[in-house]
Design a binder for this molecule. Structure first.
Ligand code: FO1
Length: 338
């Protein structure tokens, strides 16, 4: 295998990619050439405009993580960050104050916004930003593509007793950062998704891959959104490469983030098998050939297999790069032997 393509959200996907790259470098991935290239197709449905700047959290989380510039504790934004601009904006009374742009991070958003306003598409801007972060070094074999160059924004309908309809629609960032995903979410609507087109290179990266991986990212607002861009699900269904995913749900709970709330809002069972069967077998109109669940969910393997998907139970905790590389190796083994 020389071409691996990963459909990624933010933190979970970025952490998985770190382990995958570690596995590549260390020769831990069976059947994968040491010089293999990794294309990451990142969700950009949780992007938004704030203080006149275009912010792309998942793209930046992947870029900073692979370029070793991420804040390891927060899992988003820059390492060794300072917050003077945020404090100054608050002193002017500028809202919202609940979403913070760090001083270092702001430089990324300034460059991105200026390039977008000069007419460059997001994919070209991302490539330019990645020249700094994915230059020879940690991420040298990685290409990062946004799923689309079009404006797509995830909104969440939350319960609000003060509203006449009982509902209020907020941007995903407001749901996650301000409301901490603690209010009941009724539906997720991705504005602009149906009219969006895959960014240049996205379809080719899937149809020309030797392996397509769905990492343990959010199946609704990350991978689900990527698959919702018209043409991407079709490419995943049609590629000659095996398609394998890793469950973000372990022991019927998400490992991080808000997958439980998002799955519930779309009526999908919160379990490893529930998510695998939600993605579905390629042979039955879905997108998966293989699905890895955590060893704690070994009892769900047969259910997934009955849905036409190869399935195995292995440790799925990304505790360090070796553990994550072992997950990637197990995913490859699962579909390589088919
Ligand atoms: N997450 C927070 O919890 N609080 C923030 O103030 C915040 C700011 C922020 C700025 C830039 C960026 O790229 C990400 C940021 N995030 C913040 C993370 C982000 O909201 C989410 O974790 C993702 O969108 C979910 O994948």
């Amino acid at each position: 295998m020389e071409k691996l393509t990963v459909l990624s959200g933010g933190m979970g996907g970025a952490k998985f990619l770190q382990g995958l790259l570690h596995g590549l470098r260390s020769g831990l991935l069976p059947g994968v050439a040491p010089e293999a290239e990794v294309t990451v197709i990142a969700n950009n449905g949780d992007d938004w405009w704030i203080h006149g700047l275009k912010v792309c959290p998942d793209l930046d989380t992947v870029m900073y993580t692979l370029g070793d510039g991420i804040d390891p504790d927060r899992g988003w934004g820059r390492r060794a960050e300072t917050w003077s601009a945020k404090e100054e904006l608050a002193a002017y009374g500028v809202e919202p104050t609940w979403f913070g742009l760090g001083d270092r991070d702001i430089a990324t958003h300034l460059v991105r916004t200026q390039m977008l306003e000069a007419g460059y598409p997001l994919s070209a801007v991302t490539e330019a930003l990645c020249r700094r972060w994915l230059a020879p070094g940690y991420g040298d074999r990685v290409r990062l593509l946004p799923m689309t160059d079009d404006r797509v924004e995830t909104h969440v309908a939350v319960e609000d007793p003060d509203s006449p309809s009982g509902l209020r629609v907020v941007h995903f960032q407001e749901y996650w950062v301000r409301l901490r995903a603690e209010v009941a979410a009724r539906t997720v609507a991705v504005v602009g998704l149906e009219e969006s087109r895959p960014a240049p290179g996205v379809v080719e990266a899937i149809t020309g891959a030797d392996l397509v991986v769905l990492p343990p990212s959010n199946p609704v607002v990350s991978v689900g959104t990527i698959l919702g861009v018209p043409g991407i699900r079709e490419a995943v269904r049609e590629t000659a490469a095996p398609v394998v995913g890793l469950s973000p749900i372990v022991g019927d709970r998400h490992v991080r983030g808000m997958a439980e709330q998002m799955l519930t809002s779309i009526g999908v069972e919160v379990s490893a098998a529930g998510v695998g069967l939600h993605y579905g077998a390629r042979a039955a109109g879905g997108v998966l050939d293989g699905w890895l669940v955590d060893e704690r969910d070994a009892g769900q393997v047969e259910r997934v297999r009955a849905g036409g998907i190869a399935c195995a139970a292995v440790p799925l905790m990304m505790t360090d790069h070796d553990a994550t590389a072992a997950m990637a190796a197990a995913a490859i083994e699962l579909v390589a032997t088919q």
